[in-house]
Each structure stands twice: as structure tokens, then as C-alpha cells.
Design a protein around this ligand. Structure first.
Ligand SMILES: Nc1nc2c(ncn2[C@@H]2O[C@H](COP(=O)(O)OP(=O)(O)OP(=O)(O)O)[C@@H](O)[C@H]2O)c(=O)[nH]1
Length: 267
């Protein structure tokens, strides 16, 4: 082998060595870059996972807080509704007490004053008759004096039950006007209708004595009836005065009876 040929082979060998070295270096570099890239991707993935987990925890926390808040709002709303309902019941009870006579359970005088005015206006508007009956126990003082005030009270309660039972229509109203005096407002009722209602109550009371402890106490009542039929210049007070006049007449004519009052031109 000549020197020139040896030299040529040396250069070829050197070339392949360089080429191999370069390939080796480049492939190593590529491998490092790939590893770094994979590591960076792995870190990024882990970060993404951690951040997603943190986001989910945050969302869960928000959801929990919202649920708690909604529960509290629901509880408060329920408590508020219960309180409102209780208040409503108290108001209704107060309103009821305001218009009811505690002892007899009938409407009281205050309610009478409101109702007579309302019914008077309705009667005037609709051109319908409006009757008023005043009921008074005869010689009631004797019941108190003979059997005691407690017996008197029981007698008033007993009479109230009979009065309630004698009312025929849902629009009829019974009131304890005061003491042992009661009255009925009978809307859309002619005088003869009011008179016969008062009479049937009176007869019923006269037939059934009041029982108190061992005693049987005969009770009678007197009634006065007055009917408003859009007579001129007649106000609610005149209707009451008319019925009171009729009651006075019943008392003076021997009690245990019903009298009626007719308006005249003079009224
Ligand atoms: N027990 C009781 N008595 C009452 C009540 N309110 C009024 N009285 C009594 O009712 C009696 C009414 O007496 P008077 O007005 O003289 O009438 P009366 O004895 O019924 O006689 P006449 O009405 O004329 O038939 C009085 O003795 C009052 O004290 C009450 O709420 N309870």
C-alpha cells in the first residue's frame, strides 16, 4: 500500500469518526432535549392536575357555602313564616276579642254600633227592610237577688244559647247590648218576620225554665221590634229608640210579650 493510499484511508476514517462523533453528540443533545421537554410536560401536567384539584376544592367549598347559606335562608324563611302565622293568629284573636262579649260569646256593643250603621246603609241602598229586636229579661234583678250574681251570669249565658239558636239566616246577628239587654239585627227582614222570630224565642224561653244547681228558675223575656223601611229622616239611632219604645210598652203591658213600634210622620 502506498503512502497516498494510506493517507486517503486515514482521511476517510477520520471523516467517519467525525461523522459518528457528530451523530453521537447530536443524538445525545436530542435525547437531553427530549428528556427536558418530557420533564417540563410532566411538571406542567402535574401543575395542571394540582390547579384543577385546587379549583375543584374551591368549587366544592363554594357549593358547600352556598348550600349552607340556602339552608340558613330556608330556615329563617320558615321561622319568619311561623312568626307571621302566629302574629296573624294573635291579630285574629285580638280582632275577635274586640267584637265578642266574653261572657256570652255573642257580639258586643262595639260591634253593634258598627254593624247597625253598615246594615242601615245597605238597607237604604238596596231598598230592603231592616229589623231590630231588643230583648230584655223580666225581673232579672230578682234572679240575682234570690240566687246570687253567679246564677245571674249563668242565666245570661243560657239565654244567649237560646238566642243563637233562634237565628234563622246567616245574615242575622245577635248582640249583648249591655247588662241583661240583648238585641238582634235582622237584615232584609219585614216587621212581621222579626215579630214572629221574637215571639218564638219568647215562647221558647217561657216554656223551658233555667236550671241552676238544684233550682228550676222560670224566666220570661220582653221584646221590642222596630223595622226600618227607608222612612224619611230615620237614622240608626231612631231604629234603636223605636225598638226600645216597643220594649218599654211590653214591660208596661205586663212583660213576657213582644211589642212593635211603627214610625209615624212625627218621627
Ligand atoms: N248577674 C248579672 N247581672 C247583671 C249583669 N248585668 C246587669 N245585671 C243585673 O240586671 C239587673 C237589671 O235590673 P233592672 O234594670 O231593674 O231590670 P229587671 O230586674 O230585669 O226588671 P225589668 O227589666 O223591669 O223586668 C240588675 O240587677 C243588674 O245588676 C251581668 O252581667 N250579670
Amino acid at each position: 500500500m502506498g503512502f497516498a493510499q494510506y493517507k486517503g484511508q486515514f482521511y476517510i476514517g477520520l471523516f467517519w469518526f467525525d461523522a459518528f462523533l457528530l451523530t453521537f453528540i447530536l443524538s445525545r443533545q436530542y435525547a437531553y432535549q427530549l428528556r427536558d421537554k418530557q420533564q417540563a410536560q410532566k411538571h406542567a401536567l402535574e401543575h395542571a392536575k394540582v390547579s384543577e384539584q385546587a379549583q375543584q376544592e374551591l368549587l366544592q367549598l363554594q357549593q358547600d357555602n352556598q348550600n349552607k347559606l340556602e339552608n340558613r335562608v330556608q330556615e329563617r324563611t320558615l321561622e319568619l313564616n311561623i312568626a307571621l302565622q302566629e302574629l296573624e293568629e294573635v291579630n285574629q284573636e285580638l280582632e275577635r276579642k274586640n267584637i265578642i262579649d266574653e261572657m256570652t260569646g255573642l257580639f258586643n256593643r262595639r260591634h253593634y254600633d258598627q254593624k247597625i250603621l253598615a246594615e242601615y246603609r245597605r238597607s237604604k241602598r238596596n231598598l230592603t227592610p231592616l229589623s231590630l229586636v231588643i230583648i230584655d229579661i223580666d225581673h232579672f234583678k230578682k234572679v240575682n237577688d234570690t240566687y246570687g250574681h253567679l246564677a245571674g251570669d249563668q242565666c245570661l249565658i243560657w239565654l244567649s244559647v237560646h238566642i243563637k239558636q233562634c237565628l234563622k239566616r246567616s245574615t242575622d246577628m245577635a248582640f249583648r247590648y249591655g247588662g241583661e239587654e240583648f238585641c238582634l239585627i235582622l237584615p232584609d227582614t219585614e216587621n212581621h218576620g222579626a215579630f214572629s222570630l221574637a215571639e218564638s224565642l219568647r215562647e221558647n224561653i217561657a216554656r223551658h225554665p233555667f236550671h241552676y244547681q238544684e233550682s228550676e228558675i222560670p224566666i220570661t223575656i220582653s221584646c221590642g221590634v222596630c223595622t226600618y223601611q227607608q222612612q224619611n229622616d230615620v237614622e240608626p239611632e231612631q231604629i234603636f229608640s223605636g225598638a226600645d219604645n216597643a220594649l218599654y210598652k211590653a214591660k208596661n203591658s205586663g212583660r213576657n210579650q213582644t211589642q212593635t213600634y211603627q214610625f209615624t210622620e212625627a218621627d
